[in-house]
Design a protein around this ligand. Structure first.
Ligand SMILES: [Zn+2]
Length: 375
Protein backbone atom coordinates (compact mmCIF):
# COMPACT_ATOMS: atom_id res chain seq x y z
CA UNK A 1 0.00 0.00 0.00
CA UNK A 2 1.23 3.46 -0.85
CA UNK A 3 0.24 6.60 1.03
CA UNK A 4 -0.02 9.81 -1.00
CA UNK A 5 -0.30 13.25 0.55
CA UNK A 6 -2.02 16.06 -1.35
CA UNK A 7 -1.44 19.55 0.06
CA UNK A 8 -4.38 21.90 -0.45
CA UNK A 9 -4.00 25.52 -1.44
CA UNK A 10 -2.95 27.39 1.69
CA UNK A 11 -5.66 29.88 2.74
CA UNK A 12 -3.31 31.88 4.98
CA UNK A 13 0.39 31.97 5.81
CA UNK A 14 1.30 29.33 8.36
CA UNK A 15 -1.74 27.22 7.44
CA UNK A 16 -1.67 24.13 5.25
CA UNK A 17 -4.23 21.33 5.13
CA UNK A 18 -3.81 18.11 3.19
CA UNK A 19 -5.77 15.14 1.90
CA UNK A 20 -4.31 11.66 2.36
CA UNK A 21 -5.07 8.78 -0.03
CA UNK A 22 -4.22 5.11 0.48
CA UNK A 23 -3.45 3.15 -2.70
CA UNK A 24 -3.80 -0.64 -2.92
CA UNK A 25 -3.20 -2.97 -5.86
CA UNK A 26 -1.74 -2.40 -9.32
CA UNK A 27 -2.30 0.87 -11.16
CA UNK A 28 -5.40 0.28 -13.34
CA UNK A 29 -4.18 2.33 -16.29
CA UNK A 30 -1.00 0.35 -16.77
CA UNK A 31 -2.47 -3.06 -15.77
CA UNK A 32 -5.71 -2.66 -17.74
CA UNK A 33 -7.64 -3.70 -14.62
CA UNK A 34 -10.43 -2.00 -12.75
CA UNK A 35 -10.16 0.89 -10.30
CA UNK A 36 -12.35 1.56 -7.27
CA UNK A 37 -12.30 4.84 -5.36
CA UNK A 38 -13.84 5.15 -1.90
CA UNK A 39 -13.98 8.32 0.20
CA UNK A 40 -15.39 8.97 3.65
CA UNK A 41 -17.12 11.93 5.24
CA UNK A 42 -17.12 14.57 2.50
CA UNK A 43 -19.64 16.15 4.85
CA UNK A 44 -17.14 16.20 7.66
CA UNK A 45 -19.63 15.85 10.51
CA UNK A 46 -21.05 12.61 9.03
CA UNK A 47 -18.89 10.10 10.88
CA UNK A 48 -20.19 6.60 10.02
CA UNK A 49 -18.15 6.64 6.79
CA UNK A 50 -14.93 7.47 8.60
CA UNK A 51 -15.34 4.45 10.87
CA UNK A 52 -16.22 2.23 7.88
CA UNK A 53 -13.05 3.50 6.17
CA UNK A 54 -11.04 2.55 9.27
CA UNK A 55 -12.40 -1.03 9.09
CA UNK A 56 -11.95 -1.13 5.31
CA UNK A 57 -8.32 -0.13 5.68
CA UNK A 58 -7.66 -3.03 8.07
CA UNK A 59 -9.38 -5.50 5.73
CA UNK A 60 -7.49 -4.11 2.72
CA UNK A 61 -4.18 -4.25 4.61
CA UNK A 62 -4.78 -7.96 5.28
CA UNK A 63 -5.80 -8.66 1.67
CA UNK A 64 -2.80 -6.67 0.44
CA UNK A 65 -0.41 -8.58 2.70
CA UNK A 66 -1.62 -11.88 1.23
CA UNK A 67 -1.48 -10.63 -2.37
CA UNK A 68 -5.23 -10.72 -2.92
CA UNK A 69 -5.81 -7.17 -4.18
CA UNK A 70 -5.96 -7.54 -7.97
CA UNK A 71 -7.61 -4.22 -8.89
CA UNK A 72 -6.57 -0.69 -7.99
CA UNK A 73 -8.33 0.47 -4.82
CA UNK A 74 -7.94 4.05 -3.59
CA UNK A 75 -9.26 4.92 -0.15
CA UNK A 76 -9.51 8.49 1.16
CA UNK A 77 -10.34 7.84 4.82
CA UNK A 78 -11.20 11.49 5.55
CA UNK A 79 -12.28 13.53 2.54
CA UNK A 80 -12.76 16.98 4.03
CA UNK A 81 -10.04 18.42 6.27
CA UNK A 82 -11.55 21.91 5.89
CA UNK A 83 -14.92 20.86 7.30
CA UNK A 84 -13.36 18.64 9.92
CA UNK A 85 -11.87 21.68 11.63
CA UNK A 86 -14.94 23.96 11.49
CA UNK A 87 -16.57 24.50 14.86
CA UNK A 88 -18.95 27.31 15.74
CA UNK A 89 -19.89 27.72 19.40
CA UNK A 90 -18.77 24.14 20.11
CA UNK A 91 -20.95 22.75 17.30
CA UNK A 92 -19.35 20.89 14.37
CA UNK A 93 -20.16 22.47 10.98
CA UNK A 94 -19.09 19.93 8.38
CA UNK A 95 -21.64 20.35 5.59
CA UNK A 96 -21.07 23.93 4.40
CA UNK A 97 -17.80 25.79 4.15
CA UNK A 98 -18.01 28.69 6.61
CA UNK A 99 -16.15 31.08 4.28
CA UNK A 100 -18.54 30.76 1.32
CA UNK A 101 -21.59 28.94 2.67
CA UNK A 102 -21.13 26.40 -0.12
CA UNK A 103 -22.05 22.76 0.40
CA UNK A 104 -18.89 20.62 0.30
CA UNK A 105 -20.78 18.14 -1.90
CA UNK A 106 -21.81 20.52 -4.69
CA UNK A 107 -20.26 22.45 -7.57
CA UNK A 108 -17.72 19.90 -8.79
CA UNK A 109 -16.27 21.31 -12.02
CA UNK A 110 -17.62 20.06 -15.34
CA UNK A 111 -14.99 19.15 -17.97
CA UNK A 112 -17.39 17.41 -20.36
CA UNK A 113 -17.33 19.74 -23.37
CA UNK A 114 -13.64 20.62 -23.39
CA UNK A 115 -12.60 16.95 -23.01
CA UNK A 116 -15.02 15.92 -25.79
CA UNK A 117 -13.48 18.54 -28.07
CA UNK A 118 -9.91 17.59 -27.14
CA UNK A 119 -10.26 13.83 -27.81
CA UNK A 120 -12.72 13.77 -30.72
CA UNK A 121 -10.06 12.92 -33.30
CA UNK A 122 -8.69 10.07 -31.11
CA UNK A 123 -11.98 8.18 -30.68
CA UNK A 124 -12.99 5.18 -32.79
CA UNK A 125 -15.16 2.05 -32.97
CA UNK A 126 -13.53 0.34 -29.94
CA UNK A 127 -15.53 1.22 -26.80
CA UNK A 128 -12.79 0.12 -24.37
CA UNK A 129 -10.18 2.20 -26.20
CA UNK A 130 -12.54 5.19 -26.11
CA UNK A 131 -12.95 4.77 -22.35
CA UNK A 132 -9.17 4.74 -21.83
CA UNK A 133 -8.71 7.83 -24.04
CA UNK A 134 -11.50 9.76 -22.31
CA UNK A 135 -10.23 8.82 -18.84
CA UNK A 136 -6.71 10.03 -19.59
CA UNK A 137 -7.99 13.31 -21.03
CA UNK A 138 -10.46 13.84 -18.18
CA UNK A 139 -7.87 13.26 -15.51
CA UNK A 140 -5.41 15.65 -17.07
CA UNK A 141 -8.16 18.29 -17.58
CA UNK A 142 -9.22 17.99 -13.94
CA UNK A 143 -5.68 18.13 -12.57
CA UNK A 144 -4.69 21.11 -14.71
CA UNK A 145 -7.84 23.14 -14.02
CA UNK A 146 -7.11 26.38 -12.20
CA UNK A 147 -8.13 26.83 -8.55
CA UNK A 148 -8.26 30.01 -6.54
CA UNK A 149 -9.38 28.82 -3.12
CA UNK A 150 -8.68 26.06 -0.63
CA UNK A 151 -12.20 24.68 -1.18
CA UNK A 152 -11.67 24.53 -4.95
CA UNK A 153 -8.34 22.79 -4.45
CA UNK A 154 -10.03 20.20 -2.22
CA UNK A 155 -12.66 19.55 -4.91
CA UNK A 156 -9.97 19.27 -7.60
CA UNK A 157 -7.93 16.81 -5.54
CA UNK A 158 -10.92 14.56 -4.81
CA UNK A 159 -12.09 14.59 -8.43
CA UNK A 160 -8.54 14.04 -9.70
CA UNK A 161 -8.26 10.89 -7.58
CA UNK A 162 -11.67 9.52 -8.58
CA UNK A 163 -12.62 10.64 -12.10
CA UNK A 164 -10.92 7.70 -13.87
CA UNK A 165 -12.41 5.00 -11.60
CA UNK A 166 -14.81 2.23 -12.60
CA UNK A 167 -16.44 2.32 -9.15
CA UNK A 168 -16.81 5.39 -6.91
CA UNK A 169 -18.32 5.14 -3.43
CA UNK A 170 -18.92 8.37 -1.51
CA UNK A 171 -19.71 7.51 2.12
CA UNK A 172 -22.21 9.84 3.82
CA UNK A 173 -25.02 9.56 6.35
CA UNK A 174 -28.42 11.15 7.01
CA UNK A 175 -29.71 12.39 10.38
CA UNK A 176 -31.72 9.28 11.42
CA UNK A 177 -32.21 6.88 8.55
CA UNK A 178 -32.13 3.45 6.96
CA UNK A 179 -29.09 2.62 4.87
CA UNK A 180 -29.92 4.00 1.41
CA UNK A 181 -28.16 4.96 -1.83
CA UNK A 182 -28.24 7.74 -4.40
CA UNK A 183 -27.08 7.13 -7.95
CA UNK A 184 -27.82 8.27 -11.49
CA UNK A 185 -30.32 6.33 -13.61
CA UNK A 186 -27.67 5.01 -16.09
CA UNK A 187 -25.73 3.55 -13.11
CA UNK A 188 -28.63 1.48 -11.76
CA UNK A 189 -27.83 -1.81 -13.57
CA UNK A 190 -24.33 -1.80 -12.00
CA UNK A 191 -25.60 -0.40 -8.69
CA UNK A 192 -28.25 -3.08 -8.19
CA UNK A 193 -25.72 -5.72 -6.99
CA UNK A 194 -24.07 -3.13 -4.72
CA UNK A 195 -27.49 -2.38 -3.18
CA UNK A 196 -27.84 -6.10 -2.46
CA UNK A 197 -24.40 -6.41 -0.84
CA UNK A 198 -24.96 -3.29 1.29
CA UNK A 199 -28.51 -4.41 2.26
CA UNK A 200 -29.84 -1.07 1.05
CA UNK A 201 -33.59 -0.61 1.55
CA UNK A 202 -33.97 2.00 -1.18
CA UNK A 203 -31.86 3.52 -3.97
CA UNK A 204 -32.93 6.98 -5.13
CA UNK A 205 -32.41 7.50 -8.84
CA UNK A 206 -31.97 10.80 -10.60
CA UNK A 207 -30.14 12.13 -13.61
CA UNK A 208 -28.52 15.53 -13.33
CA UNK A 209 -30.25 16.35 -10.04
CA UNK A 210 -28.66 19.82 -9.98
CA UNK A 211 -25.53 21.68 -8.73
CA UNK A 212 -23.08 18.85 -9.57
CA UNK A 213 -22.67 16.76 -6.42
CA UNK A 214 -19.52 14.66 -6.25
CA UNK A 215 -21.07 11.31 -7.25
CA UNK A 216 -22.76 12.78 -10.32
CA UNK A 217 -19.58 14.60 -11.38
CA UNK A 218 -17.96 11.15 -11.67
CA UNK A 219 -20.84 9.35 -13.43
CA UNK A 220 -22.46 12.01 -15.62
CA UNK A 221 -19.44 12.46 -17.88
CA UNK A 222 -20.13 9.04 -19.39
CA UNK A 223 -23.81 9.33 -20.27
CA UNK A 224 -23.27 12.90 -21.43
CA UNK A 225 -20.39 11.83 -23.71
CA UNK A 226 -22.50 8.89 -24.93
CA UNK A 227 -25.20 11.39 -25.86
CA UNK A 228 -22.68 13.83 -27.39
CA UNK A 229 -21.04 11.15 -29.58
CA UNK A 230 -24.23 9.15 -30.26
CA UNK A 231 -24.16 7.48 -33.70
CA UNK A 232 -20.44 8.20 -34.09
CA UNK A 233 -18.47 6.48 -31.31
CA UNK A 234 -19.55 3.89 -28.72
CA UNK A 235 -19.21 5.25 -25.16
CA UNK A 236 -20.36 2.95 -22.33
CA UNK A 237 -21.37 4.04 -18.82
CA UNK A 238 -17.83 3.39 -17.56
CA UNK A 239 -18.30 4.60 -13.99
CA UNK A 240 -20.64 3.35 -11.29
CA UNK A 241 -20.76 6.27 -8.85
CA UNK A 242 -22.87 6.04 -5.71
CA UNK A 243 -23.55 8.13 -2.63
CA UNK A 244 -23.88 5.65 0.23
CA UNK A 245 -25.95 6.97 3.14
CA UNK A 246 -24.76 4.92 6.10
CA UNK A 247 -27.91 5.33 8.22
CA UNK A 248 -27.96 8.16 10.81
CA UNK A 249 -25.37 10.49 12.27
CA UNK A 250 -24.98 8.60 15.55
CA UNK A 251 -24.91 5.14 13.96
CA UNK A 252 -21.16 5.04 14.51
CA UNK A 253 -20.45 1.61 16.00
CA UNK A 254 -17.77 -0.99 15.34
CA UNK A 255 -20.48 -3.57 14.75
CA UNK A 256 -22.20 -1.64 11.93
CA UNK A 257 -18.94 -0.31 10.44
CA UNK A 258 -17.23 -3.72 10.38
CA UNK A 259 -20.26 -5.26 8.63
CA UNK A 260 -20.49 -2.40 6.11
CA UNK A 261 -16.75 -2.64 5.36
CA UNK A 262 -17.01 -6.39 4.83
CA UNK A 263 -20.03 -5.87 2.53
CA UNK A 264 -18.00 -3.39 0.44
CA UNK A 265 -15.12 -5.90 0.24
CA UNK A 266 -17.58 -8.63 -0.82
CA UNK A 267 -18.90 -6.37 -3.58
CA UNK A 268 -15.34 -5.55 -4.75
CA UNK A 269 -14.54 -9.27 -4.80
CA UNK A 270 -17.76 -9.95 -6.72
CA UNK A 271 -16.70 -7.26 -9.22
CA UNK A 272 -13.26 -8.86 -9.59
CA UNK A 273 -11.00 -6.33 -7.84
CA UNK A 274 -10.09 -8.87 -5.14
CA UNK A 275 -8.95 -12.41 -5.83
CA UNK A 276 -10.82 -15.48 -4.64
CA UNK A 277 -14.18 -17.11 -5.16
CA UNK A 278 -16.95 -14.72 -6.06
CA UNK A 279 -19.33 -14.43 -3.09
CA UNK A 280 -22.95 -15.25 -3.91
CA UNK A 281 -25.15 -12.27 -4.70
CA UNK A 282 -27.40 -11.65 -1.64
CA UNK A 283 -31.17 -11.42 -2.11
CA UNK A 284 -32.36 -7.82 -2.46
CA UNK A 285 -33.90 -6.22 0.64
CA UNK A 286 -34.99 -3.06 -1.16
CA UNK A 287 -35.61 -1.49 -4.55
CA UNK A 288 -34.94 1.63 -6.64
CA UNK A 289 -37.28 4.60 -6.70
CA UNK A 290 -37.13 8.03 -8.35
CA UNK A 291 -35.41 10.77 -6.34
CA UNK A 292 -38.21 12.97 -7.68
CA UNK A 293 -40.57 10.72 -5.70
CA UNK A 294 -38.68 11.16 -2.42
CA UNK A 295 -41.04 13.56 -0.70
CA UNK A 296 -39.82 15.97 1.97
CA UNK A 297 -42.25 16.51 4.84
CA UNK A 298 -42.19 20.11 6.04
CA UNK A 299 -43.34 21.64 9.31
CA UNK A 300 -45.77 24.48 8.39
CA UNK A 301 -45.48 25.94 11.89
CA UNK A 302 -42.80 26.08 14.57
CA UNK A 303 -42.79 24.08 17.77
CA UNK A 304 -41.61 21.00 19.60
CA UNK A 305 -41.23 18.14 17.15
CA UNK A 306 -42.09 14.63 18.17
CA UNK A 307 -42.21 11.65 15.86
CA UNK A 308 -44.98 9.08 16.13
CA UNK A 309 -43.49 6.76 13.48
CA UNK A 310 -40.06 5.17 13.29
CA UNK A 311 -37.90 5.11 10.14
CA UNK A 312 -38.39 1.87 8.27
CA UNK A 313 -42.19 2.05 8.33
CA UNK A 314 -44.12 1.54 5.10
CA UNK A 315 -46.65 4.38 5.25
CA UNK A 316 -49.79 5.39 3.38
CA UNK A 317 -50.67 8.88 2.14
CA UNK A 318 -52.26 10.71 5.07
CA UNK A 319 -50.53 8.72 7.81
CA UNK A 320 -49.30 10.96 10.62
CA UNK A 321 -45.49 10.74 10.94
CA UNK A 322 -44.89 13.46 13.51
CA UNK A 323 -46.52 16.25 15.46
CA UNK A 324 -45.47 19.84 16.07
CA UNK A 325 -46.64 21.24 19.39
CA UNK A 326 -46.83 24.95 20.10
CA UNK A 327 -45.82 25.18 23.76
CA UNK A 328 -47.63 28.50 24.24
CA UNK A 329 -51.01 27.84 22.61
CA UNK A 330 -51.00 24.04 23.11
CA UNK A 331 -51.96 23.68 19.45
CA UNK A 332 -50.97 20.36 17.87
CA UNK A 333 -50.16 20.13 14.14
CA UNK A 334 -50.06 16.70 12.51
CA UNK A 335 -47.37 16.17 9.85
CA UNK A 336 -48.59 13.60 7.34
CA UNK A 337 -47.03 11.64 4.55
CA UNK A 338 -48.12 13.03 1.17
CA UNK A 339 -47.64 9.66 -0.55
CA UNK A 340 -47.62 5.90 -0.03
CA UNK A 341 -43.99 4.92 0.48
CA UNK A 342 -41.06 4.05 2.70
CA UNK A 343 -40.42 6.38 5.65
CA UNK A 344 -36.62 6.20 5.32
CA UNK A 345 -35.17 9.33 6.95
CA UNK A 346 -35.98 11.95 9.57
CA UNK A 347 -34.20 14.79 11.34
CA UNK A 348 -32.65 14.42 14.77
CA UNK A 349 -33.49 17.91 16.02
CA UNK A 350 -36.69 18.20 18.04
CA UNK A 351 -37.51 21.84 17.52
CA UNK A 352 -39.05 22.55 14.14
CA UNK A 353 -38.87 26.03 12.70
CA UNK A 354 -41.60 27.03 10.24
CA UNK A 355 -40.91 25.54 6.80
CA UNK A 356 -38.27 23.11 8.03
CA UNK A 357 -37.95 19.74 6.28
CA UNK A 358 -38.23 17.16 9.04
CA UNK A 359 -38.51 13.80 7.24
CA UNK A 360 -38.51 12.01 3.88
CA UNK A 361 -40.78 9.35 2.43
CA UNK A 362 -39.71 7.50 -0.73
CA UNK A 363 -42.73 7.08 -3.00
CA UNK A 364 -42.74 5.26 -6.32
CA UNK A 365 -43.95 8.12 -8.53
CA UNK A 366 -41.77 11.02 -9.71
CA UNK A 367 -43.73 14.03 -8.44
CA UNK A 368 -41.12 16.73 -7.95
CA UNK A 369 -39.31 18.83 -10.57
CA UNK A 370 -36.39 21.26 -10.50
CA UNK A 371 -33.37 20.78 -8.26
CA UNK A 372 -33.95 17.53 -6.42
CA UNK A 373 -31.35 17.66 -3.64
CA UNK A 374 -31.85 19.62 -0.44
CA UNK A 375 -29.35 22.17 0.84
ZN1 LIG B 1 -23.66 14.01 3.36
Amino acid sequence: MNIHRHPLLSPAPGTQRELVSLHYGPDAQSSGGQKAYIQASLHADELPGMLVAHHLRRLLDELDATGQVSGEIVLVPMANPIGLSQFVMHGHQGRFELTTGENFNRHYPDQIDNVAKAVESDLGPDAAANVATLRRALKSAVLSSPVETELQSQRRTLLGLSCDADIVLDLHCDAQALLHLYTEVPCWPDCEPLARFLRSRVTLLAQDSGDNPFDEACSQVWWKWARHFAGRFPIPQACLSVTVELRGAVDVTHELAAADAQNIIDFLRWRGLIKGDRPPLPDPVGDARPLAGSMPIKAPVAGVLTFVMEVGAEVRAGDVLAQVIDPVTAEITDLKSPVDGLFFARDFVRFASAGMRIAKVAGREALRTGKLLGA
